[in-house]
Design a protein around this ligand. Sequence first.
Ligand SMILES: C[S@@+](CC[C@H](N)C(=O)[O-])C[C@H]1O[C@@H](n2cnc3c(N)ncnc32)[C@H](O)[C@@H]1O
Length: 223
Amino acid sequence: MVESRDGDASPNDVSDSASDLTRMTDADPQSLAAYYDKWAGSYDADLPKMGYDAPMRAAAIMQDQGVAPDAPILDAGCGTGLTGLELSKAGYRDITGIDISLESLQAAEAKGVYRHLKKRDMNKPLAFGDNGFGALQCIGTLTYVREVRKLFAEFCRVVKRGGIISFTQRADLYDGAFAKAIQATVRVGLWEQVSHSDPMPYLPNHQDFGDQKRVFYDVYRVK
Ligand SMILES: C[S@@+](CC[C@H](N)C(=O)[O-])C[C@H]1O[C@@H](n2cnc3c(N)ncnc32)[C@H](O)[C@@H]1O
């Protein structure tokens, strides 16, 4: 259920999948694929009602960091393609999307903004060659990855030296293992920090998120 705020989304406006979102935080990859498959048909209608603006912010980060319009960008956890759509509006034309949910990938394909779309579980090696991407973004997805340190190493492998890696993570899940994985990746010399935002609104009109669950926007540069 989503509470109404100042005339925003009323409880009946969003699908049951949207209401169930926080229940999925610790779900296994198979359950997540099934959940996002089921949500794929209504995800694009639900997210704006919940005040979701991360795709726009992420695209602005790519521009602010000077990522060239023709740079190959990996949208890791692309979902239904809202993130790719904003990259495309910002002028990016070589976007590859990966996600574990086939139905979401099909919705992403229908947007016509991705050069390649592949079904991938990001708990496994990424199955791309080294240094093939100029930049990478991972928006709203790291919550679900078990071995995030291994994934960060994979991100640094597939993005070329000097390339930008931009991701979000929920503020309530950031400290502890997640922050340690970031620091370990710094320590082994794979990336360096570019920026770490204040805690930002994520789904301001969702009853479980609102002001309680904000997100950080982090940017790292591959060394
Ligand atoms: C909240 S959605 C975000 C989608 C998109 N980035 C956006 O901002 O709209 C989270 C996405 O993570 C994907 N996902 C969850 N676990 C995954 C995994 N292990 N590997 C790849 N994708 C995964 C889900 O299928 C879902 O599309």
